[in-house]
Design a protein around this ligand. Structure first.
Ligand SMILES: [Zn+2]
Ligand SMILES: [Zn+2]
Length: 259
């Protein structure tokens, strides 16, 4: 199955020991490209450095809502320099709101989110949105900042069909991760059937959120095949054709050149 893992953290220390083996397993599973996602002042340069070393890895740079409270002017300047300086930085983010863990004050999360959307607009790059327990607030900001003119993806989608509809209306892609394979997948199976084929992508969010039956282990890009196969099963479609379509969607959003 031809695949793109649209959201991974391959530059995190969890992969430092065995990245070559991880990438080999990804290739064997059909993964043609992986987007490694920066989250703060330390991980952004690491993401870019990794993308510069591996042809099949692309990067994003962003300030995660967890890190928004600690972000300084210098961090935003550094982020912009990285985004301008490397052609393999394909999007800004991850950015957004997380009212589940609330690791940063809400006003700081919102300020960092708006600022990164403005930067994405200036740089003409799409955005990667993280949203947890904050759908109304996130969608309101995205609408107000005219995300439809920028493009982006709602990563690790956790809402229902109603939220998915609002994301689609804003021009966003919907990205499904490991939780769609869980027994307690809530509204995700319905979302997997609902989203039009040309608006859907898949991701691992590795090292987090491994799909069933790998829960409790470190996740990795090869497992995106499990999530994609489950989505194909839910939709009653051919997995290879679906994988190809989802890979095309990712390539279109991030301007990837797939082998
Ligand atoms: Zn996230
Ligand atoms: Zn992430």
């Amino acid at each position: 199955m031809p695949l793109v893992d649209t959201h991974a953290h391959l530059h995190f220390p969890e992969f430092a020991e065995d990245l070559d083996a991880v990438l080999a397993r990804a290739r064997a599973a059909g993964v043609r490209a992986t987007v490694t996602i920066g989250t703060d002042r330390d991980t952004n340069p690491a993401a870019v450095a990794l993308a510069e070393r591996h042809p099949e890895i692309y990067a994003t740079v962003g300030i995660h809502p967890h890190d928004a409270g600690a972000a300084t002017e210098a961090d935003f300047d550094a982020l912009e320099r990285l985004a301008r300086g490397c052609a393999k930085v394909v999007a800004l983010g991850e950015m957004g709101l997380d009212f589940f863990r609330n690791l940063s004050p809400r006003d700081a999360q919102e300020r960092a989110f708006r600022r990164q959307i403005a930067l994405a607009r200036a740089l003409r790059k799409p955005i990667v949105v993280h949203c947890r327990d904050a759908h109304d607030e996130t969608l309101q900001i995205l609408a107000g900042e005219r995300v439809d003119e920028i493009g982006g993806v709602m990563h690790c989608f956790s809402g229902d069909v109603e939220v998915a509809t609002r994301c689609l209306d804003l021009g966003l892609l919907i990205s499904l991760a490991g939780p769609v394979t869980y027994k307690n997948a809530r509204a995700l199976p319905e979302v997997a059937r609902f989203v039009p084929e040309d608006r859907l992508v898949v991701e691992t969010d590795c090292p987090y959120l491994p799909p069933h039956p790998h829960r409790g282990q470190r996740n990795e890009p090869a497992h995106v095949a499990i999530t994609a196969a489950r989505v194909a099963e839910l939709r009653g479609t051919d997995p290879d054709a679906l994988g190809e379509a989802l890979a095309r969607n990712a390539a279109r959003l991030f301007h990837l050149s797939l082998p």
